[in-house]
Design a protein around this ligand. Structure first.
Ligand SMILES: [Zn+2]
Ligand SMILES: [Zn+2]
Length: 263
């Protein structure tokens, strides 16, 4: 099945984060081969040195990241629209640092993601056993409160992988906590990262779920398509299925350029 024209993949990483492979040029070539109109690099942004350091570029690598993306942008000019973004983490106390990084360059798109509950990196397979000690209702309420905090900072364009704690199959007992997040996201005019990586994980479902896709759409929240590629072969991953899920819900897809949503 061929994809409609004009699509962007707006969530992907580069080897600077330490856990992705392939030169950014190869991601761009993969996007071109997949028939996409553009892409946006959103590598894991530098954070304060004490936070999750092995999983992201250092602050002193930020200009190398920007320069590399700019080079690829120039190389593919006229063939593929290459944009510059970041996947930022929201972790209470780091807002000032994040604000400075965001002010340092002209970003097209910034995703705000929650990857930690306190000191626990809950999406890391290494710490999977921790789920056994948690009440899932409480876990999702805690997570939702953090995501709401992320939305309220005003620092981000979209919320990353909305229902991420389901990654290994730990689904929420009900959607109430995340529905409240959607109310806030809608009120603030943010978008949602429609993240197809969930289809590569044990849960075998994109973020957000079909139900949350409908609930977001009912609130007027648009989606930004992203594969969360950590290798060139993942660019555009299952975008046909993503579009089917969004279309079925009656939702709309946007991309970001210069931090502005485009239809
Ligand atoms: Zn990553
Ligand atoms: Zn993420």
């Amino acid at each position: 099945m061929s994809l409609p024209s004009g699509l962007y993949d707006s969530h992907m990483h580069t080897p600077l984060c330490g856990h992705a492979t392939g030169h950014p040029r190869e991601y761009a070539q993969a996007a071109l081969d997949a028939g996409l109109a553009g892409l946006c690099f959103t590598d894991h942004m530098p954070m304060p040195a004490w936070y999750d350091a092995p999983w992201r570029m250092r602050l002193d690598q930020l200009s190398e990241y920007v320069d590399t993306v700019r080079e690829v942008q120039a190389e593919f000019a006229g063939r593929l629209d290459v944009r510059l973004g970041l996947e930022a983490d929201f972790h209470p106390g780091t807002e000032r640092f994040v604000e400075r990084v965001l002010a340092a360059h002209d970003w097209d798109y910034v995703i705000g993601s929650v990857h930690y509950l306190g000191a626990w990196g809950f999406d890391n397979p290494e710490f999977l056993a921790e789920y056994d000690d948690r009440d899932l209702g409480q876990l999702y309420r805690h997570y939702a409160a953090l995501v709401e905090g992320a939305a309220r900072t005003g620092l981000f364009d979209a919320i990353g992988h909305l229902d991420l704690p389901k990654k290994f199959g730990h689904r929420a007992p009900d959607d109430s906590a995340l529905l409240r997040v959607l109310d806030v996201v809608a009120g603030l005019g943010l978008a949602l990262d429609f993240n197809t990586a969930g289809w590569r994980k044990p849960v075998a479902e994109a973020y957000p779920s079909p139900e949350l896709t409908r609930e977001a759409t009912a609130r007027g929240i648009p989606f930004v398509l992203g594969s969360d590629a950590h290798a060139p072969g993942e660019v555009g991953f299952r975008f046909g299925d993503a579009l089917a899920q969004i279309t079925e819900a009656g939702g709309r897809v946007v991309t970001f350029q210069g931090r502005q949503a485009r239809g």
